[in-house]
Design a protein around this ligand. Structure first.
Ligand SMILES: Nc1ncnc2c1ncn2[C@@H]1O[C@H](COP(=O)(O)OP(=O)(O)OP(=O)(O)O)[C@@H](O)[C@H]1O
Length: 330
């Protein structure tokens, strides 16, 4: 496995800047998740590292070696993209064996068979190994494309929302499996997801992209507990952070325009009156949708709450964030 360093990477497509001066170190064995809304530059970052596309400026090194002029094969990266790209005329087994049959690798036959069986078991597709790739559901095809990456031992795994087409149960299973594989192998991962749980549970580090710029890089806890801006704070957390006028609950720092409250940072039972508008029972969690001085906010409470819509509940902020007019944390 390897360390990947992006140094000042910039890429434009015509007038559109996709990446602007992105510098980031993906340490050997790190699991880095890129977060940002559509168009932020996540896929472009993966394409730059993979060699499918090249930066206009800046450089990317893998294991201390510049990738300038190197093809994807020479970079030894394994990619899984949102749209699975299998060889339709081959079986699942043949698709998964394919990367190991590269003449460069010279993998012994018995080793190929063992590795494919092991990965198929993890991905719960052992019973489909002899099916044609086209005779599979979308979720199965996606698992085969993940399998094709996992049979290899590349410098870095690049994955673009690999679990998004799977149903919830399988997604949860594979989230745990992928994380196990990554920790056991000490593999380096660069991974794109929109899924909060994947980001919080799988990442060793999170990179927050905003219009092609890397605005924050840190552990998931750092991003959650010490966001640099409203934008970064909004990337993690379900329910979403509440962003309200700074002085809604009382005096605020003089340059603050907004207060940011994570749902769990609204203390209940003390403070000022809020109206309970709606209660959502999610099993392990209950969400309260409140109205406070004509502003909507969301908080969480215990699963067996006696509260009902129409009740009045006292609330006050606990550990608030304050932001200035640019959205920068104070
Ligand atoms: N091949 C291309 N030609 C033109 N513009 C492109 C191309 N690839 C990306 N872009 C533009 O670059 C910007 C970044 O795109 P990118 O695909 O990296 O975003 P993303 O964060 O991965 O979004 P998504 O979550 O939708 O996948 C967008 O404005 C996009 O329209």
């Amino acid at each position: 496995m390897a360390e990947v360093i992006l140094h000042n990477v910039t890429k434009s497509y015509g007038p559109q800047t996709a990446l602007s001066g992105v510098s980031m170190t993906i340490a050997d064995g790190a699991f880095v998740v890129l977060l940002g809304p559509t168009g932020a530059g996540k896929t472009t970052t993966l394409r730059m590292v993979s060699g499918l596309d090249t930066p206009d400026q800046g450089d990317i090194s893998i294991n201390g070696q510049s990738t300038k002029g190197l093809t994807p094969a020479q970079r030894n990266v394994a990619m899984v993209f949102q749209q699975y790209s299998l060889y339709p005329h081959l079986t699942v087994r043949e698709n998964m064996e394919f990367p190991l049959k590269s003449p460069l690798l010279r993998t012994p036959r018995a080793e190929i068979t063992r590795k494919v069986a092991e990965v198929a078991e993890i991905l719960q597709i052992s019973h489909k190994l002899d099916n044609k790739a086209t005779a599979l559901s979308g979720g199965e095809m996606q698992r085969v494309s993940i399998g094709r990456a996992l049979v290899r031992n590349p410098a870095v795994y690049l994955m673009d929302e690999p679990l998004s087409s799977l149903d919830a149960k399988l997604r949860a299973d594979l989230r745990v499996e992928l994380k196990n594989i990554q920790s056991n192998l000490g593999a380096t991962f660069l991974y794109v997801t929109h899924d909060q749980i994947e980001a919080m549970t799988m990442a060793t580090h999170v990179g927050v992209l905003d219009h092609g710029k890397l605005v924050q890089f840190g552990t998931p806890r750092e991003i959650y507990e010490q966001p640099v801006s409203i934008y970064a704070a909004g990337r993690l957390g379900q329910p979403h952070i509440n962003i309200l006028p700074a002085d809604l609950f009382g005096p605020a720092p003089s340059n603050a325009t907004h207060i940011g409250l994570r749902p769990e940072h609204i203390q209940q039972g003390e403070g000022q009156d809020a109206l309970v508008k709606r209660i959502e029972h999610l099993g392990d969690q209950t969400r309260l949708h409140l109205s406070f001085k004509n502003h909507d906010l969301t908080t969480v409470t215990d699963a067996h709450t006696a509260l009902r819509a129409g009740d009045i509940l006292r609330i006050q902020p606990q550990r608030p964030f304050y932001f200035d007019a640019n959205g920068t944390r104070i």
